[in-house]
Ligand binder design. Structure first.
Ligand code: FAD
Length: 405
């Protein structure tokens, strides 16, 4: 049976290997990753692991023995350098050439860098890999000053973890509010207040112009209005860029990621792509989009493994995401595309509420803080496209069960 080559041993690639065996694929599997360790979960790197509440072993997707025991040839510490679709081969950084019958591109995304002076000083950090997380953790501790550049989820989680470790944290965000790209105003205001109450400072609507240091080590962040902020380390969390070069250079269509269909197939029937690297259809929203989430990586890993193993395709899922900060569990389902109003249910002041994004009477997305029923029922409503009565949704004395009854 077919030889499957997977490029990228991250959450998507590692999961695809596991689902292939689970679904009965018997052919060879080769999994190539440029990091030195087997596939692991990234979410704890800014949360439990960073705070010291989870050890490295608990992050692994599978035991280290699993790969050899399941006939999965795991090649670590090597990069895939080029893809030749004509000969169905991939050249690796150690000059080895690996052939395939079916290729899965699962190269993920990398942290976006800030093209400003001082970006290469020691102590200017990013957070994508376990090695990045080690460096960040080493820079934190009682009384240390961390500047977080970018008020997105990774930056905010790191700020919360820094506080838990006794460090100071200041978040610099270019937009007028944090989470501007990914969440609504209600959420931005809520998270800003919650962080401020726990000692995190914010500089909003201002850019970082330069990192300044002494003896090669960062000491200050210079803002666009020329104020300077002293710090011991800076975490740059300004988004991620898909690692789609290998696909693009092989002539596969890329638009902010490798373009795939619902089955995670590229235009080449022998080449699939999954995870953060893909620009994928969102049938619920009639558009293509690049998602960065574990549920997306898992969904596409299942889709690909099903197709290769000859199983029926799983039913498409509603996209979802989560973030943990302090004692807050944020769960988001759907995407707020085309929404024309929002409904707030519950009380942000009590740190238990949900924001529903509606298009007419149809729920497009829900952002739920410490509100699992709102998240769960909201997710079902998004998937079923069932219409809701907005006044009942807004009324927390009406249970979510009754809202959908
Ligand atoms: P990755 O996991 O990034 O794996 C890709 C792998 O391919 C990497 O190891 C990369 O080094 C390797 N690679 C790249 N190019 C090559 C090449 N040419 N040759 C060989 N190997 C290559 N998602 C959530 O849903 N919830 C969360 O709370 C959450 N928190 C997060 C916190 C952090 C700090 C980070 C960084 C991410 C978080 N995410 C979260 C996102 C989630 O981790 C990603 O969506 C997921 O890891 C995507 O899986 P992937 O396999 O597509 O990419």
């Amino acid at each position: 049976s077919a030889k499957v080559l997977i490029l990228g041993a991250g959450h998507a690639g590692g999961s695809a290997a596991a689902f292939l065996r689970q679904y009965g694929h018997e052919g060879p599997i080769v999994l190539v990753g440029d990091e030195p360790i087997p596939p692991y979960q990234r979410p704890p790197l800014s949360k439990a692991w960073l705070k010291g509440e989870a050890d490295a072993d608990s992050l692994a997707l599978k035991d280290a023995d699993w790969y050899a025991e399941n006939g999965c040839d795991l090649k670590l510490g090597v990069r895939a350098v080029s893809l030749n679709r004509g000969t169905k081969t991939v050249v690796l950084s150690n000059s080895e050439t690996v052939s395939y019958d079916v290729l899965i591109i699962a190269t993920g995304a990398r942290a976006r860098k800030l093209p400003i002076p001082g970006a290469d000083l020691a102590g200017v950090l990013e957070l994508r890999t376990a090695a990045d997380a080690e460096a960040l953790k080493a820079a934190l501790g009682e009384g240390k000053r961390l500047a977080v550049i970018g008020g997105g989820y990774v930056g905010l989680e790191a700020a919360a973890s820094a506080r838990a470790l006794g460090a100071h944290a200041l978040v610099v965000e270019r937009e007028a509010r944090i989470l501007a790209r990914v969440a609504c105003n209600v959420l931005s205001d809520f998270f800003t207040g919650y962080h401020e109450q726990r000692g995190v400072a914010f500089e909003l609507g201002v850019e970082v112009k330069a990192f300044e240091g002494e003896n090669g080590q960062i000491r200050r962040v210079r803002l666009s209005d020329d104020r300077v902020i002293d710090c011991d380390a800076a975490l740059v969390g300004v988004g991620a860029i898909p690692n789609d070069e290998i696909a693009r250079e092989a002539g596969l269509e890329c638009v902010n990621g490798v373009v795939v269909d619902l089955e995670a197939r590229t235009a080449d029937p022998a080449v699939y792509a999954i995870g953060d690297v893909t620009h994928r259809p969102l049938p619920l929203y009639d558009r293509q989009f690049r998602l960065e989430s574990v549920p997306n990586a898992l969904e596409q890993a299942k889709v690909v493994a099903s197709a290769i193993a000859g199983r029926a395709a799983p039913t498409p899922e509603v996209p979802w995401f989560w973030s943990d900060q302090y004692d807050l569990k944020l769960q988001i389902a759907g995407l707020p595309f085309d929404a024309d109003r929002i409904i707030v249910r519950g009380d942000p002041a009590a740190a238990k509420f949900a924001v529903f994004h509606l298009k007419g009477d149809q729920v497009q997305a829900v952002e739920a803080v410490n509100a699992p029923p709102e998240f769960m029922v909201g997710k079902q409503l998004i998937g079923s496209r069932k219409l809701v009565a907005a006044d009942r949704l807004a009324d927390s004395s009406v249970s979510m069960k009754e809202v959908v009854a």
